[in-house]
Design a protein around this ligand. Structure first.
Ligand code: HEC
Length: 455
């Protein structure tokens, strides 16, 4: 292990990354692409039709969107880099070696995107007074840069689930244009348009100073927009999961419902169907010019749409199971080939870091805690989400030991243990003890001691 791992109390590493990422996804998709596409489109239409009121509405929508995109969107975008480079430095380092140029260009695109957006916002009045056409062109160029940013990131995200050709030929082109690239990019764009439509619709419905005629006209347009983009996004979702290998796709239900509810898959379908029905209902209400119904439904619809987006990201991240990069690296940042080596030659002899136990823990073996954090800490916590003690409570020491050495056969989401049988036993004893099973190995029946030691 070249880098230390950090213990995040309660949330654990995975959920910490997920929380920052999901806020960023909602803002970057829903506002930076979705709502801003509509603002530019409205300005474009207003210019062609000489409709000053429509242009004014577009400008009003722009203000809160720019504030949120620059303040929260950009900060969480950089925040993803901060959290992943602290929590999964080995993984991100390997990804950077494959995707150096796409990422390099993306950083330029990201900076440029913000600069152009700020110019578009601050020069609205000045440019529209003299060169209105140029201002609309500035808006379209912002969208083109935002799209190129999404294009670059989709290649990298798709690679983490379906690296396919790259594992054999190590070519950037194979890694980038992987099997899920096009369906995922299409899905992200259409999802962003639909979510942006809902955000914009909420703004239009709740804005006080707006002529009733314009409100009805624009809500009707937005209702149709959400409906069409939503249906196309559903089709893209189907193409996406069609490109995902079946062994991964089968983990969809488990990803959302965990082992506790995974037998009740109807819960997931019911939730999804209700969410889709409610979003369709608000779009239809807006299309039919029913203001009251639209106003009542729009906030729940937005919450559910954010839920669907989060669900997609959760499933996409979860189903690739034990891998960070399938065929190359495990989720705990240990490359597959390295894991094999560590099994024979020992983990602790080849780690640069021994991790102290976090404050508040009863002092126990530091070596064992290091083994836990390196092997299991990316997905399990002690006392927080996916608590290892809950998973192990009630088990005997030999069974914990077997589970560690056969982790990949027990649960398809877990990587195999990277260490020698002796290290597995060290970890097993530690986990067995912290799980409330106080009996030490010495007081266990003789037969189980032998089993554990593999004698
Ligand atoms: C890539 C993520 C990941 C890693 C790494 C990981 N686990 Fe898990 N583990 C999971 C998930 C997900 C579950 C299922 C959680 C649930 O029940 O909802 C699980 C479940 C378990 C269970 C319960 C199994 C059962 O059949 O009930 C045990 C025990 C366990 N893990 C131990 C470990 C140990 C020990 C390590 C480290 C050697 C480890 N895990 C590493 C993700 C991981």
């Amino acid at each position: 292990m070249l880098f230390p791992t950090f213990y995040v109390p309660g949330l654990g590493q995975g959920m910490t990354i997920a929380l920052v990422a999901i806020i960023h996804v909602i803002i970057s998709h829903g506002l930076a692409i979705g709502a801003l596409s509509l603002v530019v489109l409205m300005e474009h239409l207003a210019l062609r039709r000489g409709d000053g009121e429509l242009a004014g509405l577009a400008q009003h929508i722009l203000k809160p969107v720019v504030i949120i995109v620059t303040a929260v969107g950009a900060v969480t975008g950089a925040g993803i880099w901060f959290t992943v480079s602290v929590l999964v430095p080995g993984g991100i380092g390997s990804m950077l070696r494959v995707f150096f140029w796409p990422w390099f260009i993306e950083w330029i695109a990201f900076t440029l995107e913000l600069l152009v957006l700020l110019c578009y916002y601050f020069l609205w009045d000045k440019m529209r007074a003299r060169h209105a056409g140029w201002h609309v062109a500035l808006g379209w160029s912002y969208l083109a840069i935002a799209f190129s940013s999404a294009f670059l990131i989709s290649g990298i995200l798709g690679f983490m689930l379906t690296p396919d050709g790259w594992v054999q030929n190590r070519q950037l082109v194979s890694a980038f244009f992987n099997p899920t690239f096009w369906p995922q990019l299409t899905l992200r764009m259409l999802g962003a348009f639909a979510l942006g439509g809902l955000f914009t619709l909420a703004f239009v419905l709740f804005r006080r100073r707006l002529s009733p005629e314009l409100r009805l006209r624009v809500s009707r347009l937005l209702g149709g927009w959400v409906l069409v983009c939503g249906i196309l996004a559903a089709a893209a979702l189907w193409f996406y999961f069609d490109a995902v290998p079946r062994t991964y796709a089968t983990h969809k239900v488990f990803a959302m419902l965990t082992s506790r509810l995974s037998q009740e898959s109807w819960l997931l379908w019911l939730g999804n169907i209700l969410a889709v029905a409610l979003i369709a209902a608000v779009a239809l209400a807006a299309l039919a010019r029913r203001r009251l119904a639209s106003k009542l439904l729009i906030i729940p619809a937005i919450i559910l749409a954010i839920g669907l987006a989060s669900e997609f990201e959760r499933i996409r991240e979860f189903i690739r199971g034990p891998y960070l990069m399938p065929g190359y690296m495990y989720a705990n940042q240990i490359p597959l080939a390295r894991s094999q080596y560590l099994r024979q030659h020992g983990f602790l002899a080849h780690t640069a870091w021994q991790l102290p136990q976090p404050p508040g823990f009863e002092a126990r073996s530091q070596a064992a805690h290091t083994l836990f954090m390196a092997n299991c800490g990316v997905c399990h916590t002690i006392g927080g989400l996916n608590d290892i003690r809950d998973r192990l409570r009630g088990r005997t020491l030999p069974s914990v030991n077997v589970l560690i050495r056969r982790a990949e056969q027990m649960v398809p989401f877990m990587p195999s243990f990277s260490g020698t049988p002796e290290e597995a036993l060290t970890l097993a004893t530690y986990l067995y003890e912290i799980s409330g099973n106080r009996r030490s190995l010495a007081s266990a029946p003789l037969s189980s001691q032998e089993e554990v030691r593999g004698e």
